[in-house]
Design a protein around this ligand. Structure first.
Ligand code: G6P
Ligand code: ZN
Length: 560
């Protein structure tokens, strides 16, 4: 056998490596501390159910700053821990949903994903490491807690000193004790998408003279995927894509597809009156759908995809087994589920909660207000999947005389009513102040006279009668695990509600999210501006939580 040596490196444990909603996210300098990254990788390897020995792991990410250094560490530690093989994307350009698909189709043991998703990249910006299981989905809490437990007590890690592996060269090679296969991570994923959707109908639709398309990759990982889909497969020209060169710092941008950060796309779509605009985030799991004058809220998006599922070959063939949304996501999806008689679920924030339902064959389509939409074709949300799903739906709608995004939205509202929804984010708030806001609500909920009271928005003298309050808890119907403390909600007697919770994905301080929702069946309101329609509710939510007083923030950082 070869003459490599496993080295045991003494280390000191860090106490701050608890994975959040989507793995461990910190600023790059934190990961650059001596032993910090190695410790976390060792904790992951030690927590793989069944152990790391003889496993095959898929490795990739959005190619952000510091990715190559971390992959080289993963190779060395994997070799030191007896991992048999690593499957790595060429140049580490591997979208999160494509990794999920690769793990599943290869029946790999799991995967290590290097991304901080939609957070900015660069030497002072964010990095992240996340572990996914053999079903292709994010590790459940039992595993992330095991990782955290290991990380707090680690005294050593194991590695093999290996020369740097060139990740630009495709093919399989033996590096010391470990096999490294560098793959083209784009082609298999695009080929897979083609089996799910009606690409012929989409192609015919996008080539109609009055239809135009613009996709923005926000300089994240989806660029090469989008090029393959929009240019090679659908035959559109270069002007239909932008931001499609992956960049380690996302070209200095914030790769989050929403109205604030995908501003270039919104501007171009409005200026050129583009029929179909779309964007995806740094690692390719989020999406935004935006046509001229028509923004699709993620909550509506999942409801509409569910409503039109039969036009998508994958669902036409396999049926729709169930629908699900995260708790703060608007209830628009519930109405589609009820109308169609399909089972539906409300889970905590975090894509990992959908996985068990999918594995049990009870969930086909799901979504979150945080610009995540997807299905059981993989175990991550999937930005390009949602975007192609919308194109598939628009092609089908067009055949019925329903024109463009606006037409589809109006059609949906006239069938189901409209759910106005908005989220206010207060980023990097002092943690103590954020906890006080939550405490304020807990105390209020505990007071005997709150339910039944009618707080009033002073600016409009609109009042809302409190019908139900709570701190959302979820019992997984499959493994019966319980997740408590998932967000404070207040539901009013007219069906409107607000939710306050602390983000689990921030890398510094605390982020408070306030979600507000109002349902209307009055068609004269359907064209109304969302912010205007929700103003009294937002005012009441801010008043009850004392958010402005506690945090000193008069305005949110981001409104979506
Ligand atoms: C990530 C997760 C989503 C989650 C979102 C917001 O994208 O994959 O499941 O909805 O972050 O999470 P947060 O805890 O920051 O509200
Ligand atoms: Zn993401």
């Amino acid at each position: 056998m070869s003459d490599y040596q496993v080295k045991t490196v003494p280390t000191k444990a860090f106490q701050d490596q608890r994975p959040g909603t989507s793995g461990l996210r910190k600023r790059v300098p934190v990961f650059q501390q001596e032993h910090y990254t190695e410790n976390f990788i060792q904790s992951i390897l030690s927590s793989i159910p069944g152990g790391p020995k003889d496993t095959t792991l898929v490795v990739g990410g959005d190619g952000r700053y510091y990715s190559n250094e971390v992959v080289q560490k993963i190779i060395q530690l994997s070799a030191g821990n007896g991992v048999k093989k690593l499957v790595i994307a060429r140049d580490i350009i591997f979208s999160t949903p494509a990794i999920s698909h690769e793990i599943r189709s290869r029946k790999a043991t799991g995967g290590i994903l290097l991304t901080a998703s939609h957070n900015p990249g660069g030497p002072k910006a964010d990095f992240g490491i996340k572990y996914n299981m053999d079903n292709g989905g994010p590790a459940p809490e039992a595993v992330t807690e095991a990782i955290f437990a290991h990380s707090k007590e680690l005294t050593e890690y194991k590695l093999v000193d290996l020369p740097e592996v060139d990740l630009s060269q495709l093919g399989e090679r033996q590096v010391g004790p470990i096999s490294i296969e560098v793959i083209d991570a784009v082609k298999p994923y695009v080929a897979f998408l083609k089996t799910l959707f009606d690409f012929d109908a989409i192609k015919a639709y996008v080539h109609q003279p009055d239809v135009s398309v613009l996709f923005d990759g926000l300089s994240g990982v989806t660029g090469p995927y989008a090029r393959d889909i929009f240019i090679n497969e659908l035959g559109l020209d270069e002007s239909s894509i932008q931001g499609c060169e992956p960049s380690p710092d996302f070209n200095g941008g914030h790769p989050d597809p929403n109205l604030t950060y995908a501003h270039d796309l919104v501007k171009a779509v409005e200026e050129k009156q583009i029929t179909f605009g779309a964007a995806s985030d740094g690692d390719g799991d989020r999406n935004m759908i935006y046509g001229a004058g028509a923004f699709v809220t993620p909550s509506d998006s999942v409801a509409i995809i569910a409503d039109w599922a039969e036009s998508i070959p994958y669902f036409a063939k396999g049926g729709v087994k169930g629908l699900a949304r995260s708790m703060p996501t608007s209830t628009a999806l519930d109405r589609v589920a009820k109308a169609k008689g399909i089972e539906h679920f409300e889970v905590p924030t975090g894509w990992k909660f959908f996985g068990n339902l999918m594995d049990a064959g009870r969930l086909s389509i799901c979504g979150e207000e945080s610009f995540g939409t997807g299905s059981d074709h993989v175990r991550e949300k999937d930005g390009l999947w949602a975007i192609v799903a919308w194109l598939n739906i628009l092609a089908a709608a067009d055949k019925k005389g329903i024109k463009g995004i606006k037409g589809v939205l109006q059609d949906h509202y006239s069938k189901y009513g409209r759910t106005f929804f908005s989220r206010y984010d207060y980023e990097e708030v002092d943690s103590d102040a954020a906890n006080k806001v939550i405490k304020e609500l807990s105390d209020l909920f505990a007071s005997s006279d709150f339910v039944g009271s009618s707080p009033t928005a002073t600016s409009s003298s609109t009042s809302f009668k409190v019908a139900e309050v709570g701190n959302f808890a979820y019992t997984d119907p499959i493994d019966h695990s319980v997740s408590k403390n998932q967000g404070h909600y207040v539901t009013f007697s007219d069906g409107s509600r607000f939710v306050v919770r602390l983000s689990g994905t921030g890398s510094q301080g605390a982020t408070i999210r306030l979600y507000v929702e109002k349902y209307s069946q009055d068609s004269s309101e359907y064209g109304r501006d969302t912010q205007e329609g929700l103003k009294p509710l937002i005012e009441v939510a801010l008043k009850l939580s004392k958010l402005v007083e506690q945090t000193g923030r008069k305005e949110p950082t981001v409104i979506t």
